[in-house]
Ligand binder design. Structure first.
Ligand code: GTP
Ligand code: MG
Length: 614
């Protein structure tokens, strides 16, 4: 393979030095047969983006073969043409309006959509969701909405298509609009607008027609032209997953070219590069290019190769970054949103492979935190993830991986391979600390050496009419407010005859933790000691209440490793918990304390911690 062949950009881009026009990637999604390809075919035809004579040739071919003409055929015809070329990905269609260039990704089905999105085969910045006016909102209309929200694609418009089939009924259009808008809003998505269209007839695709006098909104072309431009990817940190390392074969030539596609940022001759997770470093000696003068620098979007000043042995799967850019995370444990497509559920303990960038690493699911149905958005707590569910999971990798948790999609998204097939995908939310492994091992030893009390836990449960519990109050209000809630809860439970204790953090900081620094590196040990204290008090049968300013899910995992997970009740005191916070309960800052206390006690009863007094 040559470097030019590895390119994902068009040949014109590789040879032309002129600045490309602004380009926006749009994915077209929706339920099967709702008219996605027809709409895309129409967009191509009506914006005059087709090669000369293409439309006529496809029409003529249909006539000769006795098939009715379909706009969707235009895509197949283009794909045939493209697949003979060397560089163009068949999933993409290029077109332009007077405003800018577009790349449309026509997602044929649910699985392909997900695979394209998470493998980086496509990186859409906006989406068109197509809904058949006659059929209405279907399962995949909803699932795709969920996927867009998961992937962070905020710019979208909804096409209520095949309006000709419902006689351009405004009532029908409005009904679909209100039903689907409510669904999207639950996902935090706010569509730019709903457009009534007929892909087959061409209404409201590139131009407005008289068929919907009740509609005064934009056409599809006007909608997409109004979408915000993509962030310039060169402004992001430099990331290049290493695709391959080539050796020059010429006599006396010992150079090696590190090749890959620059997914973000830029790189210049002389820059210091770091390869992760190995941590090897070197400087860029040259940027290679076939057939023309080697460039001095290279930008996001280009397939490239560079040589290094020091002989450094890097391999496929590493991530090349610039030493002066914000570094990616390197971790063996990831907190991730996972989308599962496999017929066989995703389970803990089984061996899978994660593919992220060009890395492939064996993976196991350590814990499924919560599961959501992508179509109904119903959420449940379960240990496994069924087909078409989205889950919040902790994954453990068998060796470190380099990834991002910010907006470089290619190094944030991954796919899960099960039995040699892509069966799921996900987004890294957090790179977790690896000390949990150490912690779990210590806890195992502790449990093995544990001297059990002469009083069995069940006896305590029977006497106190409670199971042990740990209420962790965090949030973005003041510490005073958190403590006030904790004290109120302690007082109320005590008044009701419960065994309860509020541990002020200061009591630990200046006591058990007196030997520890109060800085970030010591954080883990603070949390670990807190967890061990909690474990002792829970063993004694208590309900323990603690407050903390910012306990991350990583910290909560540390506590869970030491104390029984089902006993831990995270409460968020503040306006809205950050995404993926696992609060059992959210208490608004203005909520009267007695009210909040009652609600927390409700959760404690529901979780089987507070039992009916005998
Ligand atoms: P998949 O790729 O299989 O998921 O389907 P799709 O969403 O790409 O649908 P496609 O564009 O292939 O259209 C499906 C059928 O609906 C075709 O027979 C189209 O002719 C028809 N169709 C698409 N748009 C319209 C429309 O606006 N009105 C009418 N009456 N039919 C349409
Ligand atoms: Mg199609």
């Amino acid at each position: 393979m040559t470097i030019a062949e590895a390119s994902s950009s068009s040949p014109a881009e590789l040879v032309s030095p002129r600045l490309p026009r602004e380009r926006l990637y749009i994915v077209v999604v929706g339920h099967v047969d709702h008219g996605k390809s027809t709409v895309v075919g129409r967009l191509l035809a009506d914006t005059h983006s087709l090669p000369d004579g293409k439309l006529d040739r496809v029409r003529a071919l249909c006539e000769r073969t006795g098939r009715p003409f379909e706009y969707a055929f235009l895509l197949d015809a283009l794909k045939d043409e493209q697949s003979q070329g060397i560089t163009i990905d068949v999933a993409r269609v290029f077109f332009h309006t007077s405003a800018r260039d577009y790349v449309i990704i026509d997602a044929p089905g649910h699985n392909e959509f997900l695979k394209n999105m998470v493998t980086g085969a496509s990186r859409a910045q906006a989406a068109l969701l197509v809904i058949d006016a006659a059929e209405g909102v279907c399962e995949n209309s909803r699932r795709h909405g969920t996927m867009l929200s998961l992937l962070g694609i905020q710019q979208l418009a909804v096409l209520v298509n095949k309006m000709d089939l419902v006689g351009w009924s405004e009532a029908k259009f409005r009904a679909i609009e209100s039903e689907y808008r409510i669904f999207l809003e639950r996902l935090g998505l706010h569509p730019a607008c709903f457009v009534p269209t007929s892909g087959r007839e061409g209404d409201f695709i590139a131009s407005a027609t008289a068929r919907a006098p009740w509609y005064s909104g934009p056409t599809v072309v006007e909608v997409i032209d109004a979408f915000g431009a993509a962030k310039p990817r060169t402004a992001q940190p430099f990331r290049m997953p290493v695709q391959d390392v080539y050796k020059f074969t010429g006599q006396g030539d010992d150079r090696r070219i590190v090749a890959g596609t620059v997914v973000s940022g830029s790189l210049a001759v002389g820059d210091e590069v770091v390869f992760l997770p190995s941590g090897k470093r070197s400087h860029v000696r040259s940027i290679e290019s076939f057939g023309h003068t080697p460039p001095r620098s290279v930008d996001a979007g280009s397939a490239t190769g560079f040589t290094l000043t020091e002989q450094t042995y890097v391999t496929r799967g590493e991530l090349a970054v610039r030493a002066d850019d914000p570094p990616p995370r390197v971790a063996t444990r990831l907190r991730a949103s996972v989308f599962w497509l496999g017929k066989v559920p995703l389970v803990t303990g089984k061996d899978y492979v994660v593919r992220l960038g060009t890395a492939r690493v064996p993976m196991r699911v350590e814990r499924v935190h919560s599961v959501m149905d992508a179509s109904t958005l119903g959420s449940t707590e379960r240990a496994q993830v069924e087909r078409n569910e989205v889950a919040d999971c902790t994954l453990v990798l068998s060796r470190p991986i380099a990834c991002d948790v910010t907006d470089v999609e290619e190094t944030t998204r991954f796919v899960i391979v099960d039995d040699y097939e892509i069966r799921g995908g996900g987004i890294v939310r957090e790179a977790l600390s690896d000390r949990h492994h150490w912690m779990r091992e210590k806890v195992q030893v502790r449990d093995a050496k544990w001297e059990p009390s002469a009083v069995a836990l069940e006896q305590r449960v029977a006497r106190f009419a409670q199971r042990p519990g740990l209420v962790v109050i965090t949030g973005d209000t003041t510490g005073e407010r958190r403590k006030a809630l904790a004290r109120e809860l302690e007082a109320d439970l005590f008044a009701r005859g419960r065994m309860v204790y509020f541990v002020g953090i200061a009591n630990i900081l200046y006591g058990v933790d007196a030997d520890l620094e109060r800085d970030e590196p010591a954080r883990f040990e603070h949390v670990r000691r807190l967890a061990e204290i909690a474990h002792l008090m829970l063993d004694a049968g208590f309900i323990l209440v603690i407050t903390a300013a910012n306990l991350s899910s990583d910290d909560l995992d540390v506590i869970r490793a030491a104390a029984p997970a089902e006993a831990i009740i995270p409460v968020w005191l503040g306006d809205s918990p950050p995404p993926h916070h696992e609060a059992a309960l959210v208490v608004k800052p203005e909520e009267p304390l007695p009210n909040a206390v009652r609600r927390i006690e409700g959760v404690l009863a529901h979780q089987g911690i507070l039992l009916e007094a005998p």
